[in-house]
Design a protein around this ligand. Structure first.
Ligand SMILES: *Cc1c(COP(=O)(O)O)cnc(C)c1O
Length: 331
């Protein structure tokens, strides 16, 4: 835990507080839901911070809006570029439009039609690339060189991490200190931002990251202290199919995150069904990660006060229907 004193971290709590000011009246203050059924299964008092109700249906709007807001006027005039097939694309497109900034999003040509359409509807220019033959980071770097626009990555960026951390800040502001906070992790932007908020607003709160069993790179990275790269994990949690955590992210995890646990796709399906059936909410597979870990009691937290970040709700309805039909219910 002394790592925070030894290494200068890219993001501080002050950055999160400043991001919260920028997002005031812009991002939704998403609801915190509770459920006696969930408490029963978890054997704890569980508070769900529901970012599936955020603008664009996921927390990504927070980091995107904060990062674009932090650019200079000159940079804003040059526009921004991002590469993403998922929620970061939509978050960037909407945030850029709200701030009057031109956004170019590099997306795979085989991205779901729904996601391409949503990103285009928010007014972004879309550049398609061939996932098999082209490297999106190279394309984004070229665009940035040609047009002078800033590249805003999905997680490895200080202003993005600070924006994502406002989700946990709002949770603590709403329910007070917690014993545990569970947060899903892909590249670790959400987890690292939320962990910084927890350290400040609820000292002693144990922060746990949750990732898909098929891709436990963040777990390996935290446990070994080196960024571990893995092949694209085979999981229904498409929001967490990243191959490695960010360079800015790992030192923050080392300073503030106790451990990272994993859940299986079957557990995610069960959780999706629970959310739909009992809590009447639509949550995408990655959004179920933290809740699934808690409701399958991966750690002994009986009787404790436990926070869960529900990260997003953008799921193809065919996949949703298949997943909940195949899900084993709790007990
Ligand atoms: C992006 C995303 C994640 C993973 O977030 P990171 O900041 O990359 O760890 C999890 N869930 C959803 C819904 C997402 O869109």
């Amino acid at each position: 835990m002394a790592a925070s004193e030894l290494v200068e971290l890219a993001v501080t709590y002050q950055d999160i507080a400043a991001a919260a000011k920028r997002l005031e009246g812009i991002a939704y203050k998403t609801p915190v839901l509770t459920s006696s059924q969930a408490d029963h299964h978890a054997d704890a008092s569980v508070f769900f911070k529901c970012e599936n109700f955020q603008r664009v249906g996921a927390f990504k709007f927070r980091g995107a809006y904060n990062a674009i807001s932090c650019l200079s006027e000159e940079q804003k005039q040059q526009g921004v570029v991002a590469f993403s097939s998922g929620n970061h694309a939509q978050g960037m497109a909407l945030a850029a439009r709200m701030l009057g900034v031109h956004a170019t999003i590099v997306m795979p040509s085989n991205a779901p039609a729904m996601k391409l359409a949503a990103t285009r509807e928010y007014g972004a220019e879309i550049i398609l690339y061939d996932r098999e033959r082209e490297d999106r980071e190279v394309i984004a770097a070229q665009l940035s060189a040609e047009r002078g626009c800033a590249v805003i990555p999905a997680y490895d960026h200080a202003d993005v991490i600070a924006g994502q951390g406002t989700a946990a800040k709002e949770l603590f502001d709403a329910v007070g200190p917690l014993d545990y906070l569970f947060v899903c992790t892909g590249g670790g932007g959400l987890l690292s931002g939320c962990a910084i908020a927890a350290a400040q607003l609820s000292p002693g709160c144990i922060v746990i990251g949750v990732e898909p069993e098929a891709g436990n790179d963040a777990q390996q990275s935290l446990r070994t202290g080196n960024i571990v790269h893995i092949p694209v994990p085979d999981t229904i949690a498409d929001g967490a199919q990243t191959q490695h955590v960010g360079k800015l992210v790992l030192p923050i995890l080392q300073a503030y995150v106790k451990d990272i646990v994993t859940v299986s796709d079957d557990q995610l399906r069960t959780q999706m069904r629970f959310f739909a059936e009992r809590m009447k909410i639509v949550v995408e597979p990655a959004g179920c990660l933290a809740a699934a870990a808690v409701m399958h009691r991966v750690l002994p937290f009986a009787g404790e006060k436990v926070g869960v970040i529900v990260s997003g709700g953008n799921v193809d309805m065919e996949l949703f229907a298949r997943s909940i039909a195949a899900a084993k219910p709790f007990f």
